[in-house]
Structure formats: C-alpha cells, structure tokens
Ligand binder design. Structure first.
Ligand code: MV4
Length: 521
C-alpha cells in the first residue's frame, strides 16, 4: 500500500475556516466530492447561510475577527472536535498566514493550500521579486533588499537616484496599497520613507520598505495557477483586474482585451516559471503590471484562492475549489494544459457591496428586507446573503459576486446589464446602480482603462448620483407621496393637530422618487 493510496483515502471531512460567500462556495465543492463540510462561526454569524449549509458548525468566539476568524487556536480546536482531516482557509482572514498553515499541519491535518514555506516566501515582496528574477521573469527596476531600519537617508537617496523618479516606496509585507507612497521629487523621499514605514509597521507589524520605479498607467493582469504535489504547475488564461477603487477590485474579466495570444503565452509561462521556482502547490495567482508598451512585470503572488476565481471557472470549465481539494489529497493534475489557455467565451464579475455609491461608497449597514437575485442564461451569483440578513459591520460588506458569461465580451456585458436590472435589494443601499453606470461607459466598453481609471473618473464625477430619476418618474413619485401624506392615518392625525403636513414630507418624496428611479432604470 503506497503513501499515495493513504493520501487518497484522506479528506472525508473538511473544516472551512471562513464565512460568507466563500464558505458557501467551498461547502458546495465539498458536497460534490462527497466530503462532509464543517463550518465555524462568530457570534453575529450564528444563523448565517454558511452555517445552515454545513453538516456541523462550531462557535469560535465573538464577532470581532481578532476574537474568532483570526483565532488559530479556536479553529484548530474546532477542527479536532469535529474530527475533520482537512482545513480550507478561503481568502482573507488566515488564508495567507504561514503560522496557520503550519499549525494545521502540526495538528496532523491537511491544509488545503500551499506550504507554509511558500506562503512565507511570497509574503515578502522582496523575496518574491528575487524568486521571479531567478526564474528569468522581469520585475520592475527597484532595490533587491529591504532597507535596514537605521539605513541613512543618503543610502536611500542613492538607491532612488539609480532607479529614477517617479518611484514608489513599498512595504515588504505590503499589498493592497498599504504602506505605499509615490515620490516624484528627491526632496520628498525621506518623508515618504518615514510615512510608509510607520503605516506598514501599524498595518503588518513589519515596517520594512523597498523602492520600485513607478510605471505610468499600468494595467493589472493576473494569472491563476494550480500546482500539484508531483511537480506539475498549470497556468490559466489571464484575468484583467485594472478596474479598482482605492486598491479594491470592483470588476474583473477574462480574457483581457489587452492580451494577445502571443502575450498570453509569454505571461502564462512566466507565471508558471515563478511558481515552479518556489515549488508551489495548490491554487495561487501571479500578479503582473502591463505597461502601455505591452511589457509585463512580475508584481506579487497571492498564495490563496481569490475572490474572482469564478470568472476563470466560467471560461475554462474547471472547478478550482474541487481541484484544490483533489491536489491536497495528492491527486495529479490531469487537465489538458492547452484548454486552460483557450478561453471559451468571456466572463465578467461585479462585486456587489452593501455600500452607498451616491455617498462616497460608505458602508450601508442594516437589514436586507427583499432580495431578488438575478438568474437565467450565463448568470452565476455567489453569495452568503439571504432576505432578513443583518449585514454585519465586522467584516467586508460584499454581499455577492455577480458573474456573467457569454460567447464574447459585448454579449457578456449585455448579460451583466440585464442581470443588474433583475437584481433587487431593499433595506440597504448597494453598488448595483454604480455598475449599471460603469458598464455603460465608453472607455469601459472600448477596454480603454488602467489601474487608476476608476479613481480618476470618480473624481471628475464629484459625487453626482449614478442613476437619476427621469422627470416623469419624479412627478409620479411626487403625486404618490403627496397622496400618501394626505391620506395615511398618521398624516391625517398630524394634519388635524397642526393644520399642515410636516416639513420633512417634501424631502421624503424626493428621496422616494430617487430610489424608485434607481429601481426602474
Ligand atoms: C505599482 C504601480 C506602478 N508601478 N508598482 C498598488 C497595490 C500594490 N499591490 C501594487 N500597486 C501598484 N504598484 C509600480 N512599480 C501601481 C500600483 C497600483 C495598482 C496596482 C494594481 C491595481 C491597482 C492599482 C492602483 C493604483 C496603483
């Protein structure tokens, strides 16, 4: 009986160390494989969808992430109590924490993800750049090693002059734009380094920084990979992730309009080379910047399943989460590599948030009253939300990922627009109207965008509402609101007491007109 056979018998029960839509997504993959899914939950999630979908669920603490979904000890305890033999971390929380991956392994359980060593290497942006260089993959010109905490200003200035301006001060432990500063003038360098160090220290507990030449208007293109435990690494067709707001992805699509078949061949083999150079296993993503001249540079690696993985599944027909589990069992990747690089059609994802797009995307807490989720041809909605859900204030307020697939990009956009019309959420504000606007923008339709496109256009819009009610809709709503104000029992009582309706009534019907307008267009 070989070790392989023993491996293949494992993973009958998997604990999902996460919540929300991604926990639901992983539970679905478990069930399809005949694996029993185990949920964990914080206080505010005790009735959440992921808890209801699982076979068993374990409380791991109060709602604050530090006291529950980030508690390595509590999660390992729950795994042991349940008799699970594997742990899937999802994304966020502990997914890229090498101590968690090691704790899972040390408890005799299988971590459904890369090794702690791979997570640690790629967690350091400078170590990751070194790995890319070693694999012969271009990186943006910059410093090889982080600066020592007591490095003299002159040493940093000398390195900066060699790289050239404008440049970026980046956190070694960074990601998501935290601890990052742009410097266009040598006079601002020392201050930017100080600011970046202090921000990085607070955010990551690691203040180390390095320098990189700043590319102008790059696109963000990433390559999904799977690596098995037998040395095979397979890259997938790229994802275009340039549409971001304040370093948060908002729309992703695949394939990218900016990537030709020849460039795809180059970028995907470069991505696989980086992964192989660190012996990477399981699902991961290599991020690249693509400059205006079509040159690409390794940026960083995400050592986890990503939020936007469904668009890759839609154009390749490969279930990435199922493969994560199969790889963790020791199975061989036996997919035809060619198929992964030839997308069947086009897929787009919109991240639907409980945020008010007309109020600077401020979180919109509250209870979801009605929820009508789009469906029909080519539509997939991955969500952890249900009618009656009080959207927790403790976590990322993404309520669903709306994915549209079609034969080509224009048809996928048309389908997404159709799905957005079907989407009805009441009780809270969502970013649905924002997406209806964005997907109609000529620059978006033409594929003329880059990593700062969205922040730039939002600035020029100056907070103007994304969908304004037509005059006819405002009139109809005004008449309805006036009737309501006069006819309702409370208005009649108020009218009798004070002689006229209260002042706020006019504000009420304007708001009503606006929200009706949002819904009907
Ligand atoms: C860059 C860059 C331009 N040049 N590096 C932002 C987050 C961090 N993970 C990397 N980021 C960038 N690095 C060089 N050398 C521009 C960005 C950037 C960006 C990158 C990807 C997606 C959106 C972005 C928005 C602003 C800046």
């Amino acid at each position: 009986m070989s070790a392989q056979r023993v491996q293949l018998c494992r993973l009958k029960k998997i604990l999902i160390a996460n919540r929300g839509e991604i926990a639901v997504r992983i539970i679905r993959a478990c069930r399809e494989l005949g694996v029993s899914p185990v949920a964990v939950y914080s206080a505010c999630d005790r009735t959440a969808l992921h808890v209801r979908f699982a076979d068993e669920a374990y409380a791991i603490g109060p709602s604050a992430p530090r006291e529950s979904y980030l508690r390595i000890d509590a999660i390992i305890d729950a795994a042991k109590k349940s008799g699970a033999d594997g742990v899937h971390p999802g994304y966020g929380f502990l997914a890229e924490n090498e101590d968690f991956a090691a704790a899972v392994r040390d408890a005799g359980l299988t971590f459904i993800g890369p090794t702690p060593e791979a997570i640690e290497t790629m967690g350091s942006k400078t170590a990751a750049r070194t790995a890319a260089k070693r694999a012969g993959v271009p990186v943006v010109p910059g410093t090889e090693d982080p600066f020592a905490p007591d490095a003299p200003d002159a040493e940093i200035a000398k390195a900066a002059a060699a790289i050239g301006y404008p440049l970026l001060v980046k956190a070694v432990a960074g990601g998501g734009g935290k601890g990052m500063r742009t410097v266009t003038d040598a006079a601002d360098l020392a201050g930017a380094v100080r600011a970046a160090r202090s921000e990085a220290g607070a955010a990551f507990g690691d203040a180390a920084v390095y320098l990189e030449r700043r590319l102008t208007r790059p696109r963000h293109i990433e390559v999904q990979l799977l690596g098995d435990t037998h040395g095979t690494v397979l890259p997938f067709v790229e994802r275009e992730c340039s549409i971001q707001r304040r370093h948060q992805k908002v729309v992703e699509e695949t394939p990218s309009l900016a990537v030709s078949p020849a460039l795809r061949a180059h970028m995907t083999s470069a991505a696989a080379a980086v992964a192989k150079s660190v012996g990477y296993t399981n699902a991961g993503t290599i991020e690249f910047l693509l400059d205006e001249d079509g040159r690409f540079y390794f940026l960083e690696m995400n050592t986890r399943l990503q939020v936007e993985h469904p668009i890759t599944e839609m154009v390749t027909g490969v279930d990435l989460v199922r493969w994560q589990i199969r790889i963790a069992r020791g199975e061989r990747l036996d997919i035809d590599p060619e198929r992964l690089l030839r997308p069947a059609g086009h897929a787009i994802e919109c991240r639907i948030y409980a945020e008010d797009p007309d109020n600077n995307f401020l979180p919109s807490p509250g209870r979801i009253l009605q929820l009508r989720v789009p469906a029909g041809p080519g539509i997939r909605d991955d969500s952890g939300a249900t009618p009656g859900l009080e959207v927790p204030i403790f976590y990322d307020p993404m309520i669903s990922k709306l994915v549209a697939w079609a034969e080509d990009r224009p048809l996928a956009i048309a389908r997404m627009q159709r799905a957005l019309v079907e989407y009805l959420v009441t009780g809270i504000k969502t970013t649905v109207p924002f997406f209806s606007w964005l997907l109609g923008q000529p620059d978006f339709l033409a594929g003329r965008f880059h990593t700062t496109y969205l922040d730039d256009v939002l600035k020029t819009r100056n907070g103007r509402p994304f969908v304004e009610a037509t005059p006819a809709e405002e009139d109809t709503a005004a008449i309805a609101a006036a009737l309501e104000a006069v006819m309702s029992p409370s208005a009649l009582a108020f009218d009798a007491a004070a002689g006229r309706p209260e002042q706020t009534a006019s504000r009420g019907w304007r708001t009503q007109a606006r929200s009706e307008g949002l819904r009907s267009s």
